[in-house]
Design a protein around this ligand. Structure first.
Ligand SMILES: [Zn+2]
Length: 466
């Protein structure tokens, strides 16, 4: 070796050594993460269920085992709270969705054990939610592309900046969650920088090893940054969370934990885009694949028509001068468009669509414009009417099956004086009745989890009072 080349070789060797140690370092980190993930899962599994009906619906997802299954010749899925997919080609693998950060190391190891030893070239995230993009950092290595929707970074930004706000709310609804968000870099939310983005109405086509990947910007469902994957030769549609956790279902064009408003017309446009593909298999990032071209098409059309129906009836009602409450009461899916409301609820979609177009000033009262809520007057009302009289009236509403009216009255008393035991007990009964009704009708998981949260809070208060 010439004197000239020796320093170059030395640099190359040290770079290689550094690279090796970085790779070894990453493997060590992933092995450690897998242990952390197992511990987190065990802790969540042990933490008691919420609610007197013994059921918090999100628990079902935690109980899904992390295991790998093959869905097609070139498609592998690691199951979990959020599924992770590996599409194999002779020139490397493409990852679609990365699951929760705490499950990603195990999902990755099991997937890579199942497929030929080739590099991963692309990591595609369906949207910015932590149960889909959370594991991306576990996969990403220098040279890999991170593919996301054009709006991904903005969605990730606000979800990260409001992390304490959302974490607190999530934890109230889902009490099995850890108290604080994880801080270890690979587990923490956020910080992803896509190297390729897709904006609607464009489709990004990637050809690799004879496989065609079409990435579609399909916003509207679980956020503005939905990116779905279509394999045109295989006729498989990877939907991420585009349909929500069930298929078909009335979609959640609103989410109880809060998040930016979801745009109904964008969702309808996106559904039309998917209908035109004529998929033979849908692979969602939650739960199981759906197979059958005709069935899929019929269900897609039904979902689209249901959203369109609720949207149009809401607009008509607004034009006719009806209040949002009248429309929430009135608008229902016709028999031919009936579908489960376990995730999205028609009356909440009505309210969301109303507020999407007209925002928060409902023109009901001048007081809406000023920072003095009605509850500021609750102590005064309680004193004027008397806590006992209000509680009696609340109990009479409950007896007549008017639980929401009862809550209106009883909350005047319990807000003014949380120590009013009879009012608290009646308030609890009204919530239990509403929950029984929810279970017997829509079985909407968010509604049930919310009512369980309120019941739990009243129980804690009553317990503390002794
Ligand atoms: Zn999800």
């Amino acid at each position: 070796m010439s004197n000239f080349l020796r320093p170059v070789a030395l640099v190359a060797l040290s770079v290689l050594a550094l690279a090796c140690s970085e790779e070894a370092q990453r493997d060590l980190e992933r092995a450690a993460l897998e242990k952390v993930g197992d511990l987190a899962a065990a802790r969540m599994a042990e933490s008691g269920d919420s609610g007197a009906d013994g059921r918090n619906h999100s628990r079902d997802f935690i109980d899904i085992p992390v295991e790998v299954r093959q869905l097609a010749d070139n498609v592998w899925q690691a199951r979990g709270v959020g599924n992770t997919h590996l599409i194999t080609t002779s020139e490397g693998h493409v990852v679609y969705d990365t699951g929760l950060s705490t499950q990603a190391a195990k999902q990755r190891r099991l997937l890579l054990e199942a497929v030929p030893d080739l590099p991963v070239t692309h990591v595609v995230v369906s949207h910015s939610h932590a149960d889909h993009a959370g594991g991306a950092k576990v996969w990403l290595e220098p040279g890999m592309e991170l593919v996301a929707h054009h709006e991904f970074e903005e969605e990730q930004r606000y979800l990260k900046e409001l992390e304490p706000f959302y974490w607190g709310r999530n934890r109230m609804l889902f009490p099995f969650m850890p108290e604080e968000p994880p801080t270890i870099d690979l587990l923490a939310y956020g910080g992803l920088e896509p190297t390729m983005t897709v904006d609607q109405p464009n489709v990004l086509t990637i050809e690799q090893g004879g496989t065609v990947f079409e990435l579609l910007a399909t916003p509207g469902a679980e956020g503005a940054d939905n990116l779905t994957l279509w394999l045109p030769k295989e006729k498989i549609f990877f939907s991420g969370d585009f349909f929500g956790p069930n298929f078909p279902q009335f979609p959640n064009v609103f989410t109880m934990r809060g998040e930016k408003i979801r745009k109904p017309i964008e969702y309808i446009t996106s559904l039309n885009q998917v209908i035109a593909l004529e998929p033979e298999m849908i692979v969602p990032s939650h739960q199981d694949p759906i197979v059958g071209k005709e069935r899929i098409k019929a269900d897609l059309v039904k979902m689209r028509d249901a959203v369109q129906y609720v949207h149009d009836r809401t607009m008509e009602g607004m034009n006719a001068g009806k209040t949002v409450y009248e429309l929430m009461e009135e608008i229902a899916l016709p028999p031919e468009l009936q579908m489960t409301q376990v995730h999205g609820r028609v009356s909440w979609a009505v309210k969301s669509i109303w507020e999407y177009y007209a925002t928060w000033f409902h023109w009901d009262s001048t007081t809406e414009l000023y920072p003095v809520p009605r509850s500021a007057l609750f102590p005064e009302i309680t004193e004027l009417a008397g806590a006992d009289a209000l509680t009696d009236a609340g109990e009479a509403h409950i007896a007549a099956g008017r639980n929401v009216e009862a809550i209106h009255l009883l909350e005047i008393v319990t807000t003014a004086d949380p120590g009013q035991r009879r009012a608290q007990e009646a308030l609890r009964r009204a919530h239990v009745n509403l929950r029984d009704e929810a279970i017997a009708t829509t079985n909407n998981t968010y509604e049930i989890d919310w009512l369980s949260l309120r019941i739990r809070q009243i129980d804690e208060l009553l317990g503390a009072e002794g």
